[in-house]
Design a binder for this molecule. Sequence first.
Ligand code: PRT
Ligand code: ZN
Length: 220
Amino acid sequence: MSTVQGRLRIAVQKSGRLADRSLDLIRDAGLKWVKGHNDLLYRVENYPIDLLRVRDDDIPTFVADGVCDLGIVGENVLEEGRNGGANASVVMPLGFGRCTLKIATPPTLAYDSPASLDGLRIATSYPKILRRFLDERGVKADIVVMRGAVEVAPRLKLAAAICDLVSTGATLEANGLGAKDTVLESQAVLIQSPVAPEPALQHLLDSIIERMSGVVSSQG
Ligand code: PRT
Ligand code: ZN
């Protein structure tokens, strides 16, 4: 049973690329709240629901552990956060926050396929996803984990290539890097906890998911 008594919790990114669209979706699904003093928690007025506003990286764990019943997060973050334990399940893709995790290389590196990375160092914020991609292709490469500014790694000779999220491609271009193979296509997804809410809240949970689904399909 959920650790929170009497109210459902939805985890959303506090600030960043997914924050506004996540709240728009929840509002369009019929939930109303006023921004109070509490920056971490928005209390929904017309249902027993709270919105927990956190770093996106924390959302998969909160939902997997049942601290939150639902969450909105990028597939890239969900995949990277997967572990051996109980995981959050994807209810549906939401159609925003689209980006692609790509291998990108400087022009000085001859790249034909992932095999070209054999024996090289690759910088990324997504070591688990990248490792799986390389392993599936039998490529042996070193992975250097960088939490940000991955695109500068080749210039600083920290790595021969990078694996980073791309949306417009402007960041790669500004750093003289070319996009190569796709490692993961990503968008924001609604995720649900493997931990059931208390029975009195199950119907509300189902109906919130149904309404969000209606909003998403009406947006085509
Ligand atoms: O503070 P918090 O941890 O919550 O936020 P964050 O800084 O980790 O994430 P944030 O807000 O930057 O992104 C949240 C989610 O948005 C990501 O996990 C992705 O699912 C999605 N998303 C969509 C993106 C991008 N597009 C994107 N372009 N996340 C990051 N980028 C970065 C990319 O890493 C690169 O630095 O933007 C740059 C490339 O953009 P272009 O347009 O130049 O190609
Ligand atoms: Zn983050």
